[in-house]
Design a protein around this ligand. Structure first.
Ligand code: PPS
Ligand code: ADP
Length: 200
């Protein structure tokens, strides 16, 4: 529900397509979704490094980081997670308009929320990457000790333990981090971007 009234869109004299041309590649969002500890942040950091070295203009948005600032006022209730993802969707849209290959790393547990972001963007601008690992693997890794806390009842509503994660039905890519090593995952995504003509 919008509270803003009497507002009129003001066009720029530089278009998204012109920014893309200047950058020498298309822009899109690589939307990494998966359980906590599945590898979203690790993959997005390595992937950004690789793309940057190739001369691709990138920006990375990460759940933990964005929740320190822009989204510091949302928690982990279903409604708050939806609002978290809605805002990130809007920020991603701005970044795609700015001509960037945008990498996001949010659990984004609800299918409908992810689909809403897909709808927000133009065709082929939303690349859903399912970062897949079993809860058992993630719990074993437990890089921040959060699964331990959730099991001890110190965190309520933890994704995969006592809050849901809805797997993507039709993601553009599936990365199985309990089967393939990090560099292989990065290579797979870079190859996808090349084959689909996003980058050279
Ligand atoms: N209850 C609960 N459930 C899941 N995760 C939790 C929770 N509380 C805190 N954290 C930490 O917050 C990170 C997830 O933030 P996100 O913004 O990606 O979550 S969501 O998309 O809104 O569901 C997540 O980071 P990642 O491990 O990088 O996924 C956790 O570190
Ligand atoms: N193949 C892999 N791909 C990505 N991360 C892996 C892989 N194998 C082990 N890991 C480890 O799993 C953990 C994933 O944590 P993180 O990237 O923070 O996940 P998320 O952002 O999804 O919460 C890291 O400690 C990372 O080193």
């Amino acid at each position: 529900m919008s509270k803003s009234t009497n507002i009129v869109w003001h066009d720029s004299k530089v278009t998204k397509e012109e920014r893309q041309k200047l950058n020498g590649h298309k822009s899109a969002v690589l939307w990494l979704t998966g359980l906590s500890g599945s590898g979203k942040s690790t993959i997005s950091v390595e992937l950004e490094k690789e793309l940057h070295a190739m001369g691709v203009h990138t920006y990375r948005l990460d759940g933990d980081n964005v929740r320190h600032g822009l989204n510091k006022n949302v928690g982990f209730s279903p409604e708050d997670r939806t609002e978290n993802i809605r805002r990130i969707g809007e920020v991603s849209k701005l970044m795609v308009d700015a001509g960037l290959i945008t990498l996001t790393a949010f659990i984004s547990p609800y299918r409908e929320d992810r689909d809403n972001v897909r709808q927000l963007l133009d065709e082929n601008e939303f690349i859903e990457v399912f970062v897949k690992a079993s809860v058992e693997t993630c719990e074993e890794r437990d890089p921040k000790g959060l699964y331990k806390k959730a099991r001890a009842g110190e965190i309520k509503g933890f994704t995969g333990i006592d809050a849901p994660y809805e797997e993507p039905n039709n993601p553009e890519l599936i990365i199985e981090t309990d089967k393939q090593p990090l560099q292989e995952s990065v290579k797979l995504i870079v190859t996808y971007l090349k084959e689909k003509g996003y980058i050279q």
